[in-house]
Design a protein around this ligand. Structure first.
Ligand code: CTP
Length: 456
């Protein structure tokens, strides 16, 4: 019996896939088809796959050519499979010519002529029109979005708005944007969706304006600095049938999602404590984090990250919250801690702009703990540890580029009616984070400057 094996994503199943499978089957007696998982595709940079794994498997099965369907989820699996299934011929389309020649040590390798004029990428593009995104703001964060967007199909950064025309012009020229403007009305005429990348206190107004102009919004974190405004924005988005997402990048990254699902599966028992930290020493006196006495400081800057695992794992119904901080002369927090009491569990969020601490995440449970080393917000590895350390296990995940491609990809998919990211950061979670920000700022403004005081 001649055994043939082939692999693919088989997204939006098309004629090219069908013809490839048909010819692969004809090469032998038994055809094995490997279908990739979403996380494997993500890890190799293939974002925006539309169909679920089950749909893609079903579509392969429907052709009637596959005698067996397997799931491909890791690098190196092809070598394993070929040996395990005693495969004679490995087949792939001609777009891969040469890339799998190393498998010739294990079996015959053939590249079949690819069907011209069709691909999943083309189908994804033609099913949905390219989303023209516009940037509101042209600072540090905006700058990081442009290179990341190149990895996300179905969108383009068309232009930029900044009330200071010189900044908009400079940004557009450097980043090769199609247009720039200081006229907000004109800006909305040219885009389908916006990315709000301005200082915290302007998030609310720009997001609201964009929604009222019928645009989808990806808004930098924290979406707002108080609960009522966040609620209002999500309500407007819902009423208008628009997508509003908070750009808290960690929430959308494969490593963090994997970590959360493992904790939620009960692997470390009941969660009793979550400790998260994010500090970055800021030295220039002219950065808004250090100079804005109302909205600056470490907690508004980094608190969203540290609150994310707490709110995701323990929820928004904490019994009490209290804060401590060291303040600068202008009243901002240079180093801050938020303590949560959930009754049967507790949590601490720690941020700093003038104190450096280890940026790890530690989740402690009744059976073990999970340690995510710094920088945990770019999760690439974590360790599950038990009393019996022989049982400890390390996990590694991909975090590609600057990590913004994941949230952009989810934003685009959701606009196109394939919401894959809704659970990653829910409206209720974004609102809960905004509420903590509000509590912190209200506590900070009513607390003397000289010392880090504790209030309940
Ligand atoms: N294939 C083909 N002819 C096409 C498209 C794909 O023969 N027009 C083959 C590929 O070479 C591969 C298999 O079908 O052997 C599965 O490919 P997959 O990557 O799932 O499909 P693509 O359409 O190439 O997907 P994408 O555009 O996302 O890369």
């Amino acid at each position: 019996m001649v055994k043939v094996i082939t692999y693919g994503t088989y997204d939006l199943f098309h004629e090219g896939h069908y013809r490839l499978l048909q010819r692969a089957k004809a090469l032998g007696d038994y055809l094995i088809v490997g279908v990739t998982t979403e996380s494997f595709d993500e890890a190799r940079g293939k974002l925006n796959v539309v169909d679920s794994l089950m749909t893609r498997i079903e579509n392969v099965k429907k052709t009637g050519f596959a005698d067996e369907v397997i799931v491909e989820d890791h690098v190196g699996q092809k070598v394993e499979d070929i040996q395990k299934y005693d495969v004679d011929i490995f087949v792939l389309g001609s777009d891969w010519t040469g890339k799998f020649d190393y498998l010739k040590d294990f079996c015959e390798v053939r590249y079949l002529e690819r069907t011209k004029g069709v691909s999943s990428t083309m189908k994804r593009a033609s099913n949905n029109k390219i989303i023209r995104m516009g940037l509101i703001g042209s600072g540090r964060i905006a700058r990081r979005f442009i290179p990341e967007a190149k990895y996300v199909s179905g969108m383009e950064f068309a232009g930029v708005f900044n009330p200071h025309i010189e900044s908009a012009k400079k940004f557009a020229e450097e980043m090769d944007c199609e247009f720039y403007t200081d006229n907000e009305e004109e800006f909305y005429e040219h885009v389908d969706a916006v990315d709000v990348c301005v200082p915290h206190q302007f998030h609310y107004q720009y997001t609201k304006n964009a929604l009222l102009h019928g645009k989808h919004v990806l808004c930098e974190k924290p979406i707002t600095l108080n609960k009522a405004e966040a609620e209002e924005l999500f309500k407007i988005a819902e009423e208008k049938g628009l997508i509003l997402m908070e750009a808290l990048k960690t929430a959308y990254t494969p490593g963090f999602i994997r970590l959360l699902s493992m904790v939620q599966s009960g692997i470390i028992g009941e969660i009793r404590d979550v400790e998260s930290a994010f500090t970055r020493i800021m030295s220039e006196r002219n950065t808004r984090e250090l100079t804005d006495p109302v909205n600056g400081g470490s907690f508004t800057e980094f608190g969203s990250y540290t609150l994310l695992p707490i709110i995701k794992l323990l929820g928004k119904d904490y019994k009490s919250i209290r804060f401590e901080c060291f303040k600068a002369e202008n009243g901002i927090d240079l180093y801050a801690k938020a303590y949560f009491n959930y009754g049967s569990s507790m949590a601490t969020a720690k941020t700093g702009v003038k104190v450096k601490s280890d940026g790890h995440l530690l989740i402690s449970g009744t059976r073990g703990y999970i340690f995510v080393p710094a920088p945990w917000w770019k999760t690439t590895e974590f360790e599950i540890c038990y009393e019996d350390f022989n049982q400890n296990e390390k996990f590694f995940t991909k975090y590609l580029g600057d990590g913004l491609r994941y949230e952009l990809s989810d934003f685009v998919s959701t606009i196109n009616g394939h919401p894959k990211g809704g659970f990653k950061l829910t409206r209720a979670e974004s609102i809960a984070i905004a509420e903590v920000m509000e509590k912190f700022l209200s506590w900070r403004s009513s607390t003397p400057i000289e010392e880090g005081k504790v209030i309940d």
